[in-house]
Design a protein around this ligand. Structure first.
Ligand SMILES: Nc1ncnc2c1ncn2[C@@H]1O[C@H](COP(=O)(O)OP(=O)(O)O)[C@@H](O)[C@H]1O
Ligand SMILES: N[C@@H](CC(=O)OP(=O)(O)O)C(=O)O
Length: 453
């Protein structure tokens, strides 16, 4: 039995839904189908989830929501018309959205999650109806009834351990089960969504709970590429990659799969296959526990913008027991999570995502570090990009770091910081955001483009 997840781009139009239907019925093992909300049909299009967020934000500000609501309904209507589905489906969706829109706004975060979750919930109902119209037994599965119990963290929920036991009984249900991705219910019965792109997580949880032989994740690219295809044209495809490598790359910017989606599949030893809805015969990428090391030291290079570094220096910091703990404690007091902490004898840098705080909070943080830790110098550097060079082969290859830094020097990219050693499969370079693309391209050329002699 296989669990199959289709992303928003695979479900963005009636024509895409027909492809999805053909893929599902072409393999009788494809029993559980996890769906996202309709995504982008073309580059400038807006995902239904973003339309829903806009609608919820307007409603929370007591502004008019008619237009935003109609934009959401129009997306489903277009799909239903293209597939000649009966009008009642759209009536049901309209009713559901109106109910959610007029629901309790006393807890804005939860209100937002109820609105966001409707994107996948209504689409799962529509997809199941389409499959039935095509003559197969298909059922919409309500995550509440099925027992997808999650933590009560708005926009950032996690499945609770007991969810797996409850979901396992889906195995005995007949027909194709269409399960909405992206959200679950707290123990108290309220809707909470995962973080953005979280339908990937739902698929992995179900694959684990139902002990699937494979978790197939259908998207709009033929494979996971060794580098983001928007930075390098036609990059090398990855055929096989380990969970560890993929998690590092997803976390660092490979948006093709949510970084949290690997853990449930990994724990149950279920391989994950990335495939293309628009080209299902392409081999795709398989994510497994171990692979033969045939690719050289590096399998992928990921990058992401929007980081800053807080640099703290103090003479004799090395002798001051508890300095690091106190520094991180200050950040914890502000509710900030950090990414890396490269350090020297008398100095330490903390790398954080800068969208977590504003100018005012930044000043308060610097002030506390200066006064409480008696630091000699505290500096914040903004607009950094982090580049992650990943590969299981790195441990056995001497000189990978030297090759990477030489490649960056050759294109005149200054390395603002390096972090290597804590992870066995990756090394991190911090560069200025403006240098990100140039740096990634240079690293790609160094590790993937053969040199002609
Ligand atoms: N290394 C990579 N390999 C493949 N795709 C990548 C990579 N990095 C980023 N992407 C982007 O991920 C996109 C697919 O993910 P996403 O938009 O979430 O799809 P879906 O709609 O299926 O959920 C691709 O279209 C591609 O632009
Ligand atoms: N629709 C949600 C969840 C999701 O997983 O979507 P997609 O599969 O299109 O990335 C989002 O946009 O965040």
């Amino acid at each position: 039995m296989k669990v199959v997840k289709f992303g928003g781009s695979s479900l963005a139009s009636g024509a895409q839904l027909k492809k999805v239907f053909n893929i599902v019925v072409s393999d009788p093992e494809r029993k559980v189908v996890v769906v996202s909300a309709p995504g982008k049909r073309f580059a400038e299009d807006i995902k239904v989830t973003d339309l829903l967020i806009e609608c919820a934000e307007k409603s929370l500000k007591n502004e008019k929501t008619d237009q935003a609501l109609e934009a959401v309904i129009a997306r489903y209507q277009d799909i239903a018309e293209e597939l000649s589905l009966p009008g009642e489906i759209i009536q049901e969706i309209r009713l559901d959205l109106t109910e959610r829109l007029n629901g309790d706004k006393s807890k804005p975060d939860r209100y937002m999650d109820r609105m966001k979750a409707s994107g996948e919930d209504n689409h799962a109902k529509l997809v199941a109806a389409f499959f039935r119209k095509m003559g197969v037994e298909a059922h919409y599965i309500d995550p509440k009834e099925a027992g997808l119990i999650v933590s009560d963290e708005p926009g950032n929920a996690q499945a609770l351990p007991e969810a797996y036991e409850s979901l396992s009984s889906l195995r005995w249900r007949s027909g194709i089960l269409v399960f909405p991705g992206f959200f679950g219910y707290s123990k108290a019965g309220d809707v909470y969504t995962f973080s953005r792109s979280g339908s990937d997580i739902t698929g992995s949880i179900l694959a684990n709970a139902l002990k699937a032989e494979l978790y197939e994740n259908f998207t709009d690219v033929d494979a996971v590429y060794s580098v983001n295809p928007s930075i390098v044209e036609k990059p090398k495809e990855i055929k096989v990659i380990t969970y560890r490598e993929m998690r590092e790359l997803s976390y660092a910017g490979f948006s093709v799969l949510h970084d949290e989606a690997l853990v449930p599949a990994f724990r149950a030893g279920i391989p994950v296959q990335i495939k293309n809805t628009n080209n299902p015969s392409a081999q795709g990428t398989k994510i497994v526990a171990e692979r033969n090391n045939t690719n050289g030291p590096v399998i992928g290079i990921a990058s992401d913008k929007g980081f800053c570094s807080i640099y703290v220096s103090k003479y004799l910091m090395n002798r001051e027991i508890g300095f690091g703990r106190k520094l991180l404690g200050i950040l914890e007091d502000f509710g900030l999570s950090y990414e890396h902490t490269p350090s020297g004898i008398d100095d330490i840098s903390v790398i954080l995502r800068e969208n977590q705080f504003d100018k005012e909070m930044e000043e308060q943080i610097i002030d506390r570090i200066k006064t409480e830790l008696h630091a000699d110098q505290v500096l914040i550097q903004h607009k950094l990009a982090l580049i992650m060079v990943v590969g299981e082969g790195m441990r056995h290859n001497i000189g990978t770091m030297a090759r990477a830094s030489k490649a960056l020097a050759k294109v005149n990219v200054n390395i603002e910081m390096i972090n290597q050693g804590s992870s066995e499969v990756s090394m991190m370079f911090g560069v200025k955001e403006i240098d990100e693309k140039k740096a990634v391209q240079a690293l790609y050329n160094e590790f993937f483009v053969p040199v002609m002699v």
